[in-house]
Design a protein around this ligand. Structure first.
Ligand SMILES: [Zn+2]
Length: 184
């Protein structure tokens, strides 16, 4: 498990870098496998996380993962779930690209594991299509709407050095007992 870098950490500048593409021949190599494994463990240990990008654990590479909680929350929109995330059911996105996004944008409530306890409203496309490679080096496409589409946009922002607080409105600090949203 790794420490999740925070926006104002001394070594947090990696959060502001444009992360590098993973060379396709390296996807199944030990280094990338270890980073993905660290990302899974780190996200699983978080009470509220739904997604994590590699720069959040200090690796400037274009990789993000989506945790199983994202899918439960999509179904019921009931806010955060406190049970531990089962390991091994994450989705892995390597070198992700948004290939299509809806013109329609909606205001979504958002938080981030690298900006702990802060929440705000961010305009996100309602629907996006993403193309990426999985951990076996296979290319795939996935379309999403709602929370999953929001996670895709939030995580790809991380890979481009952006944080949600850069564009969010109505930013508020909410301690863990009171907040009722997911962090990414
Ligand atoms: Zn985030």
């Amino acid at each position: 498990m790794k420490k999740i870098l925070q926006k104002d950490d001394k070594n947090g500048s990696v959060l502001r870098e444009h992360a590098k593409e993973v060379p396709l021949e390296d996807i199944q190599g030990t280094r990338v496998k270890n980073i993905i494994s660290d990302m899974k463990k780190t996200l699983a240990a978080e009470g509220y996380g739904v997604g994590l990008a590699a720069p959040q654990i200090g690796e400037s590479l274009r990789i993000f993962i989506v945790g199983p909680r994202a899918f439960t929350a999509t179904e019921n929109k009931a806010g955060k779930l406190r049970e531990p995330i089962p390991e091994g059911s994450e989705q892995i996105y390597i070198n992700p690209k948004i290939t299509k996004s809806s013109k329609r944008q909606i205001d979504m409530h958002e938080g981030c594991l690298s900006v702990r306890d802060w929440y705000g409203m961010v305009k996100r496309s309602d629907k996006v299509n993403v193309e990426a490679y999985d951990e076996n080096g296979e290319k795939f496409q996935r379309g999403a709407s709602g929370l999953l589409a929001q996670i895709f946009q939030h995580e790809i922002d991380h890979l481009n050095g952006s944080l949600f607080v850069d564009t969010a409105t109505d930013l508020k600090e909410m301690p863990p007992e009171d907040e009722n949203d997911n962090e990414k």
